[in-house]
Ligand binder design. Sequence first.
Ligand code: DWN
Length: 387
Amino acid sequence: MPIANGFLSPSQFADEYFFELQVAFCHECGMVQLVEQVPPEKMFHENYAFFSSTSAGMAIHFKELADLIMRDYLKSSDPFVVEIGSNDGITLQHIAGAGLRHLGIEPSLNVAQAAMDKGVQTLCNFFDEDLSREILSEHGQADVFLGSNVMCHIPDLPSVFAGIKILLKPNGVLIFEDPYLGDIVEKTSYDQIYDERVFYFALKSISHLGEQHGLEVVDLMPQGVHGGSMRYEVAHKGARTVSATVARQLAKEETLGLHKPDTYRRFRHNIERSRDDLMGLLHDLSQQGKRVVGYGATSKSTTVTNYCGITPDLVEFISDTTPIKQGKFSPGAHIPVRPYEEFVADYPDFALLFAWNHAAEIMAKEENFRRAGGQWLVYVPRVKVLK
Ligand code: DWN
């Protein structure tokens, strides 16, 4: 597999970086993770292609998170909020706007700059235990430590958790969310698996990780975003009451078989069937002379195009609203990425919805495509055409 967000120009094709995408499962702690890990600097840098604020739905989701934090978690006289992977400031901009002390930590300079332009104080760096000590001496401990869609991206999680242990006030909380393993397996959303995401969390694996650092999950809340996510609330062990939801979710994971190898054998079988169905459909449409365009040059689309073998003769281009991706080619499969305006100017017969996690938002705004006779191709949870 190539770098999921490594959109490139033809002059870079010859030197494109590839690695082996292989996923493993730990029988003891239940962690699911990549075997070969791409060095973080290859993925997160000054030309990072993903800006969190490109989806209106996500902007609402993270405003609600910021409002929740300001309402329920910042009771001290001069509260301090830290967020890792703060991207373009989608959450912290609201904390900053309220005049509260905050610090974003974001290793990709271009998205960090976008946050700073919004008035979000941001440190361009990777967070670890050493950095937590520096932050502690400069700002003191945090009331709330945030991480949205970032924790699962960090290879040295023990160092991150050790840093959080140091930086969190005695009654402080770590609130983080990531795509949930249960949803990935249930929906056969194998495209959630790519280089940036080293880990695929369940409550069991997170509880185990926390325990090793004197932290514990005190609550958790499923989130509808990004194809099914889980928000975990973690505190110093014994500092907060543990919600009954924790025991219920652990039991649910057992029932789902999330910690049994057979579950992953079935997952693989379902993935292979999904690939065969999708390729069968795309070949049929190609033979009928239909135009198919991809919608959303997501990180996930890199997994789908490369795993299934989707080539530019099957998908003419991928439409995306992100300027840094436009005019480039998709990683590995080298499908052109074009501005959204080209999709609207000449609607294809079919749109392959790579940004399926934003389906509600996208379908609502693409009524004209549908009225013009356009049809959606989706592949999560199974391959089908939406008329
Ligand atoms: O964990 C991660 C998740 C949360 O975000 C990161 N590793 C990277 C990123 O993953 P992704 O690229 O799969 O995220 P999205 O949000 O599914 O990407 C949507 C893409 O589609 C963006 O490039 C923007 C584009 N888009 C569009 O062209 N029109 C999105 C919407 C909503 C639209 O209407």
